[in-house]
Design a protein around this ligand. Sequence first.
Ligand code: PGA
Length: 252
Amino acid sequence: MRKQIVAGNWKMNTTFADGFNLAKEVICKSANIPQNVELIICPPFTHLAEFAKATRGTNLHIGAQNCAMWDKGAYTGEVSAVMLKSVGVTHVILGHSERREYFGENSPVLLKKLHLALENGLVPIFCCGEKLAERESNNHFEVVAQQIDETLCQLTPQQMERVVIAYEPVWAIGTGKTATADQAQEMHAHIRKLITSKFGAAIAQNTSILYGGSCKPSNASEIFGKADVDGGLIGGAALVADDFIAIAKGFK
Ligand code: PGA
């Protein structure tokens, strides 16, 4: 059975102290989340080492929001996959639309990051998704297919087995506008089909595909109820422990 996953993308929010309190609250309140739901939080880099230490032995995993496209060296300001691994980080978000938009990350860059994350034993949470204009011009399936073709389809089957995918329509991120459950399902099924045609049904059926974009307690359950939706990548609502936990309880 595919893993059900709820991951919180904190983005550039919280001081260390505020974030630590939020993480503690999430752990306290996560006690009765179903066993098969994996909970992940992805706080800023400054929080990772301490959070990984403090959450050891709990059911909360710690992810980073990005990693460098090089393994080490003279790249001022960058943080490598091996460094993340060395402090106990288990996951890394790659290809978030904000990284693509504000930091110019494209497929060749993301492919390098995917390789480094996988080589260092991190689970990539790989984001894809179309912009509003692309959906309005009915190009959304092609756009997502190209994003996946240029990145995930370049991996080996052994690598692909360890990847989590997040479909995040850019027009739904932080806007309060959610994709309908049917729109999410339709795209998730499309993505699974792409993975099937490249890697075969066994790998595709085992790949968790998360939905992201204004996911909240009031809509999570309907979206997670769809056949090809295996959880969520949560932005704003992950900053409120009760909302994040309510979302994680949204699986039927
Ligand atoms: P949102 O963000 O839930 O605030 O829309 C999701 C994301 O960017 O991962």
